[in-house]
Write a protein that binds this ligand. Structure first.
Ligand SMILES: O=P(O)(O)OC[C@H]1O[C@H](O[C@H]2O[C@H](CO)[C@@H](O)[C@H](O)[C@H]2O)[C@H](O)[C@@H](O)[C@@H]1O
Ligand code: UDP
Length: 475
C-alpha cells in the first residue's frame, strides 16, 4: 500500500457493496452527501479514504475505486451493536440533538467506541505520508484526532462535525465528557455547521478545562509541556448545486416530475417531505399539522397531497423501531379518515431513492416541508432550492435546522408550534408567484455561491493555515 498525502477518515466508505451484476468490481458509489462533497477533493489530490464497508465482519483488502485508495476497517457484529448502534446512535446522536429521544449511557458501548476509534486512527496513521493531512468526519470518530496526534505528531489534522453540538447543560450529562473533548481537541481545525455549535463547543472546553479561547482559537496544552492551537469554527456544509441545477434541466427528469404529479391525480398543490426515518426530523409534527388541516377543512385531499419519503435508517435501534410504528400508524389513520377513491391524503414511501428520482420529486413539489426538531444542516433544503430553476416553489424550513442560518428567505417555522406550522403551510400553498420568485431567487443565490466546493475549499484553507503556523513555530 502506498501512503497518501491526504486521507479522509469517516465511519462509512464512500461505496456500498453492489448487488449481483451491478457496479465496478462489486462496489458502487454511495449516494450520501459527504461522498459528493468530497469527490472533487479526492479527485484533485493523492487521496485515500478510511472507513467501514457497511456490513458485519467484511474483511476486505485496500482497493482502488475511481482513483481513490479505499482502506476498509472491518467491524464485527458486536462492534456494530455497541459502537455504531449503541454509543454513536443511541448515546451521542440523541444527546447532541437536544435529547429529543433519551440518550442511553452504557459503559460497554463506550469501551467499544474507544476500541473502534483506535482502529480507525491506526488505519489512518498507516495510510498517510510524513507531514500529510488527515480529515476526520463526524461524531462516530470524536476520539480519533487525539489518538492520531499521539501516534503521528507530524500530521495536520482536521475534524468536521456534521451534527449539532449541544449546550453545556446537556453536554455535561455525558459520563465521558472530558475524554470526548480531549479527543476532538487533538485536531488543528474543528469545523461545525453553525456558529452556535462552535460556541457551545468552546463554552464546554472553558467549563471543563479552563483553557484560553480567543475568537475560536483554543490553546491546548500537551503532556510534554508544549501546546498547540485548535481552531473551532463554523464551516456550513453545502451541496453540488450546479449538478442539481443541471439534473433539473434534463427533459427526462422533467417528464418524470410530470408523471409523478399525474400519478397523484394532479392535485392543485403537492407538499413534500424527504427524510431519513429519524426522530430528529419532525415527521410526526408535520403529519399532525397536515392531519389537523384536513380535519379543520382548511385543505381537502382533492386539492392537496403530502408525499412523505421516509428512507429506512438505523433499523435495529429501539427509538427508530418505535418511531416507525408511530409514524405508520398516524399515516394510516389520516389516510383512513380522509382518502377518497381518487385521492390519497398522504403518499408514504418507506424507501430510498437515487438522485435523479429525488430531483424529479423536488420538481413535482410545490411546497417542501423541512420541519426538523434539530438537524446539523439538512441538505434536502438546499437541494430543493437548487433544482427550482424557474424560481417557483416554497420552502418551509425549521429554525432548528442548520440550513436556516443561510436560507433567510424560507418560511421559517418552530415545528413545536403546531398552530403556526398549520398557518405557515397554508401561507405556502397560497403564496403568490411573485413572492415565491423573490424568496427563491435569494435562496438560490446563496446555495449556488456557497456550494460544496466552497465548503471544502474553506475548510482545507484553514488546515493549510494551521500547517503553515506550525511550520513557522518549529523553524
Ligand atoms: O450513516 P448513517 O447512520 O446511515 O446516517 C447517515 C448520515 O446521517 C448524518 O447526516 C448529517 O450530515 C449531513 C451533512 O453534513 C447534515 O446535513 C445532516 O444534518 C446531518 O444529520 C450523519 O451526521 C452522518 O455521519 C451519517 O452518515
Ligand atoms: O431516498 C432518499 C432520501 C434522501 N437522499 C439524500 O440523502 C441526503 C440526506 O441529507 P440530509 O442532510 O438532508 O440529512 P441526513 O440524512 O444526512 O441527516 C440528501 O442528499 C438526500 O437527497 C437520497 O438520496 N435518497
Amino acid at each position: 500500500m502506498t501512503q497518501a498525502e491526504f486521507v479522509v477518515v469517516a465511519n462509512r466508505l464512500p461505496v456500498d457493496k453492489a448487488g449481483p451484476g451491478e457496479g465496478e468490481d462489486g462496489w458502487r458509489r454511495s449516494p450520501g452527501g459527504l461522498v459528493t462533497a468530497l469527490e472533487p477533493v479526492m479527485k484533485e489530490t493523492d487521496g485515500a479514504w478510511v472507513g467501514w464497508p457497511g456490513q458485519a465482519d467484511l474483511e476486505v483488502e485496500p482497493f482502488d475505486f475511481d482513483g481513490t485508495q479505499l482502506i476498509p476497517v472491518a467491524l464485527s457484529a458486536d462492534e456494530i451493536e455497541k459502537y455504531y448502534e449503541g454509543f454513536s446512535n443511541d448515546t451521542i446522536w440523541p444527546l447532541y440533538h437536544d435529547v429529543i429521544a433519551a440518550p442511553r449511557y452504557r459503559r460497554v458501548w463506550w469501551d467499544s467506541y474507544v476500541r473502534v476509534n483506535r482502529r480507525f486512527a491506526e488505519a489512518a496513521a498507516n495510510a498517510v505520508k510524513e507531514n500529510g493531512t488527515v480529515w476526520v468526519q463526524d461524531y462516530q470518530l470524536q476520539l480519533v484526532p487525539k489518538m492520531l496526534r499521539e501516534m503521528r505528531p507530524d500530521l495536520t489534522i482536521g475534524y468536521f462535525h456534521h451534527i449539532p453540538f449541544p449546550a453545556y447543560g446537556l453536554y455535561s450529562q455525558l459520563p465521558w465528557r472530558r475524554l470526548v473533548l480531549e479527543g476532538l481537541l487533538g485536531a488543528d481545525v474543528i469545523g461545525f455547521q453553525r456558529v452556535a455549535d462552535a460556541g457551545n463547543f468552546a463554552r464546554a472546553v472553558r467549563r471543563l478545562f479552563r483553557y484560553e479561547t480567543r475568537a475560536g482559537r483554543i490553546t491546548v496544552p500537551g503532556e510534554d509541556g508544549t501546546a498547540h492551537t485548535a481552531l473551532a469554527k463554523a464551516f456550513p456544509i453545502s451541496i453540488a448545486a450546479e449538478t442539481y441545477m443541471e439534473l433539473a434541466k434534463k427533459p427526462e427528469v422533467q417528464a418524470r416530475a410530470k408523471e409523478i404529479r399525474e400519478g397523484l391525480g394532479n392535485p392543485k398543490a403537492i407538499l413534500l417531505g424527504v427524510d431519513r426515518l429519524d426522530y430528529t426530523k419532525g415527521i410526526r409534527h408535520r403529519l399532525k399539522a397536515f392531519g389537523e388541516l384536513l380535519e379543520d377543512g382548511r385543505v381537502t385531499v382533492d386539492d392537496v397531497t403530502l408525499v412523505q419519503v421516509a428512507s429506512p435508517s438505523r433499523e435495529r435501534v429501539e427509538a427508530y423501531v418505535q418511531l416507525r410504528d408511530e409514524i405508520e400508524l398516524t399515516v394510516a389513520r389520516i389516510n383512513g379518515d380522509h382518502d377518497t377513491f381518487g385521492h390519497s391524503a398522504i403518499r408514504y414511501l418507506h424507501q430510498g431513492y437515487p438522485r435523479e428520482e429525488m430531483v424529479a420529486l423536488f420538481l413535482a413539489a410545490d411546497v417542501m416541508l423541512v420541519t426538523a426538531l434539530r438537524d446539523g444542516m439538512n441538505l434536502v433544503a438546499k437541494e430543493y432550492v437548487a433544482t427550482r430553476n424557474d424560481n417557483r416553489g416554497v420552502l418551509v424550513l425549521s429554525e432548528f435546522a442548520g440550513a436556516a442560518d443561510e436560507l433567510g428567505s424560507a418560511l421559517k417555522v418552530n415545528p413545536h408550534d403546531i398552530d403556526t406550522l398549520k398557518d405557515t403551510i397554508i401561507q405556502a400553498i397560497e403564496m403568490p408567484e411573485a413572492d415565491q420568485a423573490r424568496r427563491m431567487r435569494s435562496m438560490r443565490k446563496r446555495v449556488l455561491e456557497h456550494d460544496v466546493k466552497a465548503w471544502s475549499d474553506s475548510f482545507l484553507a484553514a488546515l493549510d493555515d494551521a500547517r503553515a503556523a506550525k511550520e513557522r513555530a518549529t523553524r
